[in-house]
Design a protein around this ligand. Structure first.
Ligand SMILES: C[S@@+](CC[C@H](N)C(=O)[O-])C[C@H]1O[C@@H](n2cnc3c(N)ncnc32)[C@H](O)[C@@H]1O
Length: 229
């Protein structure tokens, strides 16, 4: 294993250049929410959950973690020496590249999941451009199916797919975790209503996690949970 000072981390030139390009594309992609604005406003006015309303508008959107969140993913994976990292919701693989850089430095691997075939193709190409293909397996299809066969122990889990799946996903994967497994779940503030049941579940210590909401990412919010038993 190469030491990180040799450029195996986020300072690796291919990783840094690919992330720079993809974050720039994400910023330019911000307008996608304008397409959904009338539907969002109607949902808000009628007190409905906006997560299901925006999903059809986001099929080709980047909607990624921001650089501060990506760094948190990388640093957490490095801090706990994560060997098996699982990601629900890969999109164009921005978060996957942060996690993949940590996996390479840890001698580990990332299993990503994405159900949009065009995004899967682009994500694989982006991971390859970052030089991380040997450390990343992106599974195509519904994550409840593609992750059903993952053998633990899972060291780190990122939840960043559609919001109604966070709770069934954690229930499916929790038996394959160990004490100290970290779960990071994005968009706690973005989809407050849809994710309330998830946050309540994770913050109820009877369910086996210690958990806190971090105000990180521009308006995102992330739930940071550690398996305690
Ligand atoms: C917010 S984006 C992920 C962004 C990515 N984590 C990043 O930071 O670059 C959510 C993605 O999850 C995918 N997704 C949602 N539900 C899914 C499911 N049940 N199975 C697989 N992929 C899913 C969507 O197609 C979408 O591309």
């Amino acid at each position: 294993m190469l030491p990180t000072t040799c450029g195996t981390g986020l300072d690796d030139p291919r990783v840094a250049a690919t992330l720079k390009t993809l974050h720039t594309r994400t910023r330019r992609d911000g307008w996608v929410f304008l397409r959904a604005l009338p539907a969002i406003l109607l949902a808000k006015a009628t007190g409905r959950d906006i997560s299901k309303i925006v999903e059809p508008y986001l099929k080709d959107a980047y909607i990624s973690v921001d650089p501060s969140q990506g760094k948190l993913l990388y640093m957490t994976a490095r801090a706990i020496d994560a060997r098996l990292i699982v990601e629900f919701g890969t999109s164009f693989a921005i978060s996957t590249i942060y996690l993949g850089a940590a996996a390479r430095a840890n001698n580990g691997r990332v299993i990503g999941t994405e159900m949009e075939p065009a995004k899967v193709r682009a994500a694989r190409a982006n991971v390859a451009a970052a030089g991380l293909a040997p450390f990343v397996d992106i599974r195509e299809g519904d994550a409840m199916r593609t992750l059903a066969t993952v053998e633990g122990p899972i060291d780190l889990l990122l939840l960043d797919g559609w919001k109604d799946v966070y709770l069934p996903m954690i229930k499916m994967l929790a038996p394959r975790m160990h004490v100290g497994t970290v779960v990071l779940a994005d968009n706690i503030f973005t989809y407050k209503k849809a994710l309330r049941p998830y946050v309540e579940y994770m913050q109820d210590r009877a369910n086996g996690f210690d958990s806190v909401t971090l105000p990180i990412g521009f308006g995102h919010g992330m739930e940071y949970s550690v398996r305690r038993r």
